[in-house]
Design a protein around this ligand. Structure first.
Ligand SMILES: *[C@@H]1O[C@H](CO)[C@@H](O)[C@H](O)[C@H]1NC(C)=O
Ligand SMILES: *[C@@H]1O[C@H](CO)[C@@H](O)[C@H](O)[C@H]1NC(C)=O
Ligand SMILES: *[C@@H]1O[C@H](CO)[C@@H](O)[C@H](O)[C@H]1NC(C)=O
Length: 604
């Protein structure tokens, strides 16, 4: 490995040492008084090596951006070999007399053999390294012969020429790196250690060639499966390069770039925020909504129709500030002005499969960007993302629909702990929120697949505090899910309902009444009795507690003997969740007021 201190030296400085050593070794060998034939062979090797080193030095001065990593690495070994050659040649300065031990003479002869072998290796390595930089510009291929330096690490013999060729803008080489970086962790490690990331980013940024961009994006995508490597991509300005390349790239490249964004974001929280700062959410939402027609929402917006995405963002911001909820343009979402006519044409011509893949990837990336990030969730909801998501959830294929539900779920989860975002994005009186809620409820009522129903239920739960007392259809839909045959879905429904009746919810009494009215108690009791989910049905028990507190005099609770259920569960639950002690005490107290004398009351 080249040490950090070596890295700081300029490549000319690195090469000047072996060149100097070569000159001295040559002089000593020419002046030698003993072992003359060996010294003249040594002089021949050193001369050749010196010429090659000077070629390398010239190469690095003519093209300042040359990929010098292999030269640095090889020069370390070359320097060592020349150092030994010099020492050996110096030993031969004086004519040897008979006094010289025979043994000494034998070791010197052996030394000449060793040094000669070292110089041969250095010659082969240096020739090979130079051949990397003399690649045929029309007819690209790499030197398949293995240099001595790569015998311990054969992968270097591929990685170096490929990286050098990526520096020279060769798409084929980026493609080869992408293949090398598929799956094999050791290859990825070497590509990164040998500085493969910066030229790939440069290619992505500067190449106008679709194949080159795509190959560079694929290689980066394959490398971005480890937090350390994702950091290195970020440190090499990868977030900026990727975010800026995304809007203008051809659609096939966009698919890869969006996958890269999703991968990087998932690996590192700082990367997530960096991508947000680069406003990557905008092209992602725009691409997700490229075929979504938002014409029908035009009425909802009293403002003038505005085409540009940028203005929509501004307008939404103003509306949020003024507490008005409305949306941007009524036109199709693909409004960004800088998309040229040519790009629109290309877009129309892309196959539906590519378009679908792109949208699925965009939804995944938005989902990862929103997850746990207030600033990203803000940026996403400030665009017309909610409308786009709702339209897609309404009728697109399952995978895309599922990913969009995940986006909504993550946005709702962030909004749950931030009132500003909740009010700005999910106020039920705004069109966007209404449309999304309708779709969430439709999924809950009509879909059967748990991966679709679960995020919809979770999202509704996160927004529980937003629903007015008279909004009963939401509670009704959730109550129905308490008897879902999938017990995990049923438990999610119980958890979500818990947020409608908890102490923080202003309308908890009305919601509790509604749950009881829609027959929630017997359903919940059945769910509690199902043993499949382990002994502790925490969400169900907590929901019962809150129903008892808010509607203690309900006949349904009495009939279901909820008091004895709570008393039976209390000790066990409170041992594991001491924070629930007060809730249990309050619930049991409330029930005993109405059902006094029926039970002996256990201590909580
Ligand atoms: C490949 O490298 C070897 C040294 O290992 C060199 O002798 C040969 O000329 C190179 N081949 C090409 C095509 O550059
Ligand atoms: C490319 O290389 C092949 C074989 O090495 C050769 O036959 C062909 O003529 C070369 N083409 C160009 C354009 O140099
Ligand atoms: C992202 O968008 C905001 C708001 O429009 C803008 O102020 C900021 O400069 C943008 N950031 C970048 C990196 O373009």
């Amino acid at each position: 490995m080249v040490m950090a201190a070596e890295e700081e030296k300029s490549i000319q400085d690195v090469l000047s040492l072996p060149i100097l050593l070569a000159d001295r070794a040559l002089k000593s060998a020419q002046e030698a008084e003993s072992f003359k034939p060996e010294n003249s062979e040594l002089a021949r090797q050193v001369t050749e090596l010196s010429q090659l080193l000077r070629s390398a030095a010239r190469l690095t001065t003519t093209s300042p951006a040359v990929y010098d990593r292999p030269i640095r690495r090889v020069s370390l070994d070359v320097t060592k070999a020349l150092d030994r050659a010099l020492t050996l040649a110096r030993k031969c300065r004086h004519k040897k007399t008979n006094v010289l031990h025979h043994v000494l003479s034998i070791t010197t002869a052996a030394d000449f053999k060793k040094v000669s072998a070292l110089l041969d290796s250095s010659l082969a390595d240096t020739k090979w390294v130079l051949s990397i930089f003399n690649q045929d510009t029309d007819n690209w291929s790499i030197n398949l012969s293995l240099p001595p330096i790569a015998t311990t690490d054969p992968i270097l013999a591929w990685v170096w020429p490929y990286i050098a060729a990526v520096h020279m803008g060769r798409a084929e080489a980026a493609n080869e790196l992408a293949i090398l970086a598929q799956g094999n962790d050791r290859n990825k490690k070497i590509i990164v250690e040998e500085n493969g990331i910066p030229p790939l980013l440069k290619m992505l940024k500067e190449s106008g060639n679709l194949d080159a961009q795509n190959a560079a994006a694929s290689a980066l995508c394959n490398l971005a499966d480890d937090p350390g490597r994702v950091r290195m991509i970020m440190d090499a300005s990868g977030v900026q390069v990727v975010a800026r390349a995304l809007p203008e790239a051809p659609m096939r490249v966009q698919v890869t770039l969006v996958n890269l964004v999703a991968r990087m974001v998932e690996m590192d929280a700082d990367v997530k925020e960096e991508f947000g700062k680069e406003n990557v959410t905008r092209p992602l939402v725009a691409l997700l909504g490229m075929d979504v027609d938002l014409e029908e929402f035009k009425e909802a917006n009293s403002r003038r129709t505005v085409n540009s995405l940028h203005l929509i963002v501004q307008i939404n911001k103003e509306m949020v500030k003024k507490g008005v909820h409305g949306l941007g343009s009524g036109k199709s979402f693909e409004g960004s002005r800088h998309h040229s006519h040519r790009k629109d044409k290309e877009r129309e011509m892309e196959s539906p499969e590519v378009k679908l893949r792109l949208k699925v990837s965009c939804a995944t990336a938005l989902w990862k960007l929103a997850k746990g990030s207030l600033s990203n969730s803000r940026k996403i909801t400030e665009t017309k993302a909610l409308l786009v998501l709702a339209k897609i959830i309404e009728k697109e294929p399952v995978e895309l629909k599922m990913n969009c539900l995940m986006v909504v779920m993550e946005l709702a989860a962030v909004a749950e702990s931030n009132n500003d975002l909740k009010r700005a994005a999910f106020n039920p009186s705004s069109t966007a929120a209404k449309v999304v809620l309708d779709q969430l409820l439709r999924v809950i009522n009509e879909d059967t697949s748990p991966p679709l129903v679960t995020p919809a239920i979770k999202a509704i739960g996160c927004l529980a505090s937003m629903f007015p007392a008279k909004e009963k259809r939401v509670v009704q839909s959730l109550v129905a899910q308490l008897s879902n045959r999938n017990l995990d879905v049923a438990a999610e429904a119980a958890k979500a309902l818990g947020k409608f009746v908890c102490d923080d919810n202003y309308n908890r009494k009305e919601h509790s009444q509604a749950i009881i009215e829609f027959n929630g108690v017997p359903k919940l009791m059945n769910l509690l009795r199902s043993n499949n989910r382990g002994p502790l049905h925490l969400h169900e028990i907590v929901l019962f507690c809150n129903l008892a507190i808010n509607a203690g005099n309900s006949k349904a609770l009495e009939q279901a003997r909820v008091l004895s259920v709570l008393e039976g569960a209390a000790r066990h639950v409170v041992t594991q969740h001491p924070d629930l002690r007060e809730l249990f005490a309050k619930a049991i107290h409330q029930l005993t007021i109405y059902q006094a004398g029926i039970h002996t009351h256990g201590e909580v």
